[in-house]
Design a binder for this molecule. Structure first.
Ligand code: PMP
Ligand code: GLU
Length: 397
């Protein structure tokens, strides 16, 4: 059957594919430990669930305005003011069905053939394909491990051409956990300040930060960038709400209006019940966020230590999010039963087959020398999983 050519230009999301594969193996009875899924293993907090139950009982089950209710927009506006010192009007805010949907709509609103979008690598799997689906051209800037996977201002400068439309900044980063300090962001802002380039600030891991500086985004550190910054965020990661599908954007009115127009022709509003839950997440008690982050920090410390004890693996200490992105290139060239492992995909296949451990190949994030593990899983799984990885790597010759 003939399909639109755009389908052949993109890949399925590898993070979701690996999670599905691990879950299918578990359903078959295989004792797989999953480090694939990028979602908190905690349950959605009780106050948030209660708000959703109340929404159902109150009959809040109809269409809402396309870009979300005023109540949700006001909660988003209050959050952006409280946490990020950024002020917006309702017309500058839109809620969508997850931050991925927000980014998709944004790309549809901004990019067309020939437009270049700078994406620092390692990048979250979906950025390049979201840009390609809109007809844009991803321009990948490879960050260095020695720079803790952060894009240097001179690298950004060198990647800019007359066709550059936007740059994606994701701090803390999926997959590396790198977080830009306010000074580092200011240096990036200084490159962009006199150029007609939009900063897309994906702040979805904002709350999950362990660095000795507080989270900032480019519009906060350089107020002159605010009129060309789109802040993208959501409730999935901070409030363990991945299944509820609420994300949002804040930025220039014209861009938000364009997103609304596009959204009115695809999903309409995000689920009314999820909107009520998101209002409670943003306005309610935030203590639970701190509890989750302190648990993630313990797991980070242990997983990094255990990874660095494996022969051939080197892992930096991430400053945020819940991923580690160890360098595994020393393992390449080793063999199992005569079969050589030469890249990250072959390594993760070997780990799944031989160690019953699901991880994601770095190639999916633009770096074949690495693999990604999500430590949004129990300490018990982390310890057992790393024991399995260590044993499986020791079997290679
Ligand atoms: N941005 C990044 C960097 C992510 O890791 C994710 C996780 N899926 C998203 C955006 C989208 O999150 P969601 O659609 O669940 O809001
Ligand atoms: N962001 C998560 C991850 O990277 C969830 C899956 C996805 O949306 O890609 O694993």
């Amino acid at each position: 059957m003939k399909l639109a050519s755009r389908v052949a230009k993109i890949k399925p999301s590898e993070t979701l594919a690996i999670t599905a594969k691990a879950n299918a193996l578990k359903a078959e009875g295989r004792d797989v430990i999953g480090f694939g899924a990028g979602e908190p293993d905690f349950d959605t907090p009780a106050n948030i669930k209660a708000a959703a139950i109340k929404a159902i009982e109150d009959g809040f089950t109809k269409y809402t305005p396309v870009g979300g209710t005023d109540e949700l927009k006001d909660a988003i506006i209050a959050k952006l003011k409280r946490d990020n010192a950024l002020e917006y009007k309702r017309s500058q805010v839109v809620a969508s069905c997850g931050a991925k949907h927000t980014l998709y709509n944004l790309a549809q609103a901004l990019f067309e053939t020939g437009d270049e979008v700078i994406i620092p690598a390692p990048y979250w799997v979906s950025y390049p394909d979201i840009v390609i689906l809109a007809g844009g051209q991803p321009v990948i800037v490879e960050t260095k491990e020695k720079d803790c996977f952060k894009m240097k201002p001179e690298q950004l400068q060198a990647a800019i051409t007359g066709r550059t439309r936007a740059v994606v900044i994701n701090s803390p980063s999926n997959p590396t956990g790198a977080a830009y300090s306010p000074d580092e962001l200011k240096a990036i802002a200084d490159v962009l300040i006199d150029k007609d380039i939009i900063a897309i600030s994906d702040d979805i891991y904002e709350k999950i930060i362990y660095a000795d500086f507080s989270f900032a985004n480019i519009a906060t550190v350089e107020p002159k960038m605010k009129e060309r910054t789109i802040v993208v965020n959501g409730v999935s990661k901070a409030y363990a709400m991945t299944g509820w599908r609420i994300g949002y954007a804040a930025g220039p009115e014209q861009i938000i209006a364009a997103i609304n127009k596009i959204q009115s022709q695809n999903t309409s509003n995000p689920a009314s019940i999820s909107q009520k839950a998101a209002v409670e997440a943003l306005n309610g008690d935030q203590e639970v966020v701190g509890l989750m982050v302190s648990e993630f920090r313990k797991r980070r410390d242990i997983i990094v230590q255990l990874l660095n004890e494996v022969d051939g693996i080197k892992c930096l200490l991430p400053e945020g999010a819940f991923y580690v992105f160890p360098n595994v290139s020393e393992i390449f060239g080793r063999s199992f039963q005569g079969k050589k492992i030469t890249n990250s995909t072959e390594l993760i296949d070997y780990l799944l087959d031989e160690a019953n451990v699901a991880t994601v190949p770095g190639a999916a994030f633009g770096s074949d020398s690495h693999i990604r593990l999500s430590y949004a899983t129990s300490l018990k799984n982390i310890e057992e999983g790393l024991k399995r990885i260590k044993n499986a790597i020791a079997k290679l010759s």
